[in-house]
Design a protein around this ligand. Structure first.
Ligand SMILES: [Zn+2]
Length: 348
């Protein structure tokens, strides 16, 4: 009986010194091994319990209490160790995630909407506010829509105004659209008046590229056809647009011009935004800068879309988006828009 008591006592000492030696994170497995060694089904405690049979029955309760206290003390120490190791692992993890909050931040570069798109959006929103809706059409166009239906027959000298990229050399029937006007025809073919649309889009001209000319640029076309649309309506809408775009104190003038698909036609000038009309290099010392072309839709155009010119009338206009942006932001070279130089683009 004393043998067994001593055995339990020394087992306890051994077990606790085993547990105390476990203090490394890597020893979680070792901790588990100790639990099995002492408490497992084939562990030290179980073998003592087996020896209980040979103990005098009156001494058994005492041995039982010793075994139970061993179990509970071992269990408590085991849990304490486990918790200690778990906390140490957590601290190590946090240590690795340590950040210096005094370091300067890493600047996130945000993307921007291209200056041309910004200008397009602004132009569109002014006309949308006047009841225009946005229409769209193909950039690769047939010469019927690009020229013929706009009253520009094959031999018409006006075709020289648009230096055209032809896609199909054999027949010359397919072109990169030279203006957004074909969308006028496509829209009128589909719908009866009233038609009140703007057409923002990219156009192409076979031009020598310099500071004021590019082979690729953007236009916004406008068209309004209904009963009794007059030149006065056109003047009102374009004067309003010019002032919204460039400022209230602007002078606007309409100068007679020629386009094959409008009659009468006009070009719209505004008082120079650089010198307020006093005269400078931008306005070539005239005090005026041209911003768009316009006119009353030529009745000949209605023939192509089966509108009755006795019933309907309308106006059309077209403006160059780069031109508007150049005047607005005092940019002196059209090539900058397509160069994709971030130093230029991030200014807007
Ligand atoms: Zn000027």
């Amino acid at each position: 009986m004393d043998d067994l008591k001593n055995k339990i006592k020394s087992l306890k000492e051994e077990a606790f010194s085993d547990l105390n030696r476990v203090d490394q994170l890597s020893q979680l497995k070792e901790l588990d091994r100790l639990r099995i060694k002492y408490m497992g089904r084939k562990g030290a405690i179980q073998s003592i319990m087996k020896g209980l049979k040979s103990v005098d029955p009156k001494d058994r309760p005492l041995i039982g209490r010793l075994v139970n206290s061993f179990k509970s003390e071992f269990g408590a120490k085991y849990e304490e160790k486990r918790e200690e190791l778990r906390q140490r692992a957590e601290q190590e993890r946090l240590g690795k995630e340590w950040i210096d909050v005094t370091l300067p931040g890493v600047r996130q570069r945000s993307g921007k909407i291209h200056i041309i798109q910004q200008t397009l959006d602004e132009i569109s929103s002014i006309f949308k506010g006047l009841g225009f809706s946005v229409a769209d059409g193909p950039e690769i166009e047939s010469d019927y829509y690009n020229f013929d239906a706009l009253n520009i027959p094959k031999d018409h000298p006006a075709r020289d105004m648009w230096d055209t990229f032809y896609i199909d050399d054999q027949t010359d029937r397919t072109v990169l659209r030279t203006h957004t006007s074909p969308v006028q025809i496509r829209t009128m073919e589909r719908r009866q008046p009233p038609v009140r649309i703007i057409v923002p889009g990219r156009v192409y001209r076979n031009e020598a590229i310099d500071a004021s000319h590019h082979a690729v640029f953007y236009q916004v076309e406008g068209l309004y056809v209904d009963n009794n649309v007059t030149f006065r309506d056109l003047k009102g809408v374009l004067s309003y647009f010019s002032r919204q775009m460039f400022g209230d104190n602007l002078l606007v003038r309409f100068r007679p011009s020629f386009f094959p698909f409008t009659e009468p036609s006009a070009e719209v000038d505004i008082s120079c935004v650089m010198c307020s009309g006093k005269g400078c290099a931008v306005c070539k010392y005239t005090g005026w800068v041209e911003i768009l072309g316009c006119g009353m839709v030529d009745p000949a155009v209605y023939r192509y879309v089966n509108y009755d010119p006795e019933i309907y009338s309308g106006y059309a206009f077209g403006l160059g988006v780069e031109r508007i942006a150049m005047l607005r932001y005092q940019i002196n070279d059209i090539r900058l828009f397509l160069d994709n130089d971030v130093r230029f683009l991030e200014q807007f």
